[in-house]
Design a protein around this ligand. Structure first.
Ligand code: NAP
Length: 492
């Protein structure tokens, strides 16, 4: 079958597109049809080490790190401008590759533009301090970039999650090696190419496509690696944390979630229904921060569930590039099988399927990785569907009798990424928010974030944070300089 995108997608190392050293190419499939979409180069361990070598040389030999930051700011700002001008092309690429509706992909690209702009604005504000010390001495600190930083990204928001850490690392003066997910590398390599046009020196922004087990591990193990940002599953994150710890490398981990949404009896049920629908069916539910566990007060349960069911049943499924489509396919056949496995499990353990729970039956969608928006109710709390991250369009509903019970159910998870509370009472909203073991809490809001607000998980959802005004700090180290001022006497 013909390949849809005949453009070449190679690794991007040292300012050049390079095929993998082994010459291997892989065919990516369009998740809406499972027909061939594009051929991509596949990198090896050798390519990973070569990229790290090149990045280290560029860090030491280019002026990227040495400048006062203004030049970095200009280059990053230009990158954002170039990307913004290509929004449609990048959004289309993301949709074809990952499956999400074009409307969502356009939002993603806009978010990346804003992220790069935000960190461009911080590039010349990496400041040290002066510290009073006794005697004729002067003490100051400088914040220096680390060197080569490694970024390993997942497939659900391919460019957003890659650039969420790449942009601050670049702004702080580091050189970067990014490994996108094998399923979704197209926008990352395309953006690195734009970096050259924006004036980022060769070797500062590199992308290596290749398997996590081979390329990802090689990048973290490489002696030039100075920090690791990993966004993905807890299983892989923990494994990499062991390697990073043995080398004393700083690490940021952005892992999974099982987000509770608490709806109190006085909530605006119409608004809550819409936000919950968005928070679990957006991006076909493939979101670490998905609002995947609805905990609703028994007095409003029937009304709320009915409204969400109506949203689920009405949603238009189809290839993301088609007009009017509200939910695309899941990223791969394997992912859709996994999701349906959770539904089966819930059903066989006594849960009730209120909506969806199957693949769509239309002929036009049969070949793709579609799963209907699904609502499960009264699934036993110990079942896999309630305890594990499903990473698909599946909402689990349970009810509670009082607020203490709601908070207890919400916190009864190993995860702690995003939680939400719906109520018209400000006092209840804030007191519940404080009691939730979650890195982010939404009050009367669907899952929402901005480049200027920290994105962080508690418990098994991660370590460290991304975004916000402090996001450059993990990409710098603090050096203290103490100066003896010789014979100079301190004035009284
Ligand atoms: P994944 O399997 O852990 O993969 C994530 C990335 O790690 C991919 O680039 C993958 O490469 C790479 N990788 C896999 N094995 C590796 C290894 N042994 N060493 C180094 N790198 C390795 O996760 P995923 O399935 O792509 O993404 C879904 C997970 O990500 C979910 O758990 C989700 O919650 C989490 N996530 C978290 C956040 C957050 O901000 N907290 C955001 C989005 C997603 P390959 O593609 O080649 O396997």
């Amino acid at each position: 079958m013909a390949i849809t995108l005949e453009a070449s997608f190679d690794l991007y190392i040292g300012g050049k597109e390079v095929p993998g050293s082994g010459g291997e190419r892989r065919v990516l499939l369009d998740p809406a049809t499972n027909e061939p979409l594009a051929r991509v180069a596949v990198g090896s361990k050798d390519d990973a080490h070569a990229a790290m070598e090149v990045a280290d040389r560029a860090f030491r030999e280019s002026n990227w790190a040495a400048d006062d930051g203004a030049r970095r700011a200009k280059a990053l700002w230009k990158l954002a401008t170039l990307l913004e001008a290509s929004t449609e092309a990048f959004a289309r690429l993301e949709t074809l590759n990952q499956g999400k509706p074009l409307r969502e992909a356009r939002g993603d690209i806009g978010y990346v533009v804003r992220t790069i702009e935000y960190f461009a604005g911080l590039a010349d504000k990496v400041e040290g301090e002066t510290i009073p010390v006794p005697g004729a001495r002067f003490d100051y600190t400088v914040r220096e970039p680390l060197g080569v930083t490694v970024h390993i990204a997942p497939w659900n928001y391919p460019l957003v999650l890659a650039m969420r850490s790449v942009a601050p690392a670049l702004a702080a003066g580091n050189s970067v090696v990014l490994k996108p997910a094998s399923l979704t590398p197209l926008t990352a390599v395309s953006l690195a190419r734009l970096g050259k046009e924006a004036g980022i020196p060769d070797g500062i922004f590199n992308v290596v496509i290749g398997s996590g087990a081979e390329v990802g591990e090689a990048l973290v193990e490489d002696p030039h690696c100075r920090s690791v940002t990993f966004t993905g599953s807890g299983e892989v994150g923990r494994k990499l944390a062991v390697v990073a710890a043995s080398r004393l490398l700083p690490m940021t981990l952005e892992l999974g979630g099982k987000g509770p949404v608490i709806v109190l009896p006085d909530a605006d049920v119409d608004r809550a229904a819409k936000a919950i629908g968005y928070g679990i069916f957006g991006n076909a539910g493939q979101m670490c921060w998905a609002a995947s566990r609805l905990l609703v007060h028994e007095s409003v349960r029937a009304a709320l569930v009915e409204k969400i069911r109506a949203i689920a049943d009405r949603m238009k499924l189809g290839p993301g590039v088609q007009d009017g489509v509200e939910m695309g396919p899941l990223v791969s056949r394997e992912q859709s099988d996994l999701v349906l496995g959770y539904v089966e499990d819930a059903r066989s353990s006594g849960g009730q399927v209120v909506a969806g729970g199957t693949r769509p039956t239309d002929d036009a969608l049969r070949a793709g990785n579609f799963v209907r928006p699904t609502i499960l109710a009264d699934v036993p709390p110990s079942s896999r569907a309630v305890r594990e991250e499903i990473f698909g369009p599946v909402l689990c509903v349970a009810s509670f009798g009082d607020t203490d019970e709601a908070v207890r159910l919400a916190n009864d998870t190993s995860y702690g990424l995003l939680a939400a509370v719906w109520t018209r009472d400000l006092g209840s909203a804030h007191s519940v928010a404080r009691r939730l073991e979650s890195g982010m809490v939404m009050i009367n809001e669907s899952p929402m974030t901005f480049p200027q607000t920290p994105f962080a998980g508690m418990k098994s959802s991660g370590l460290g944070f991304e975004q916000g005004i402090r996001a450059l700090e993990p990409f710098t180290r603090r050096k203290n300089v103490l100066v003896q001022l010789g014979g100079a006497k301190r004035s009284a």
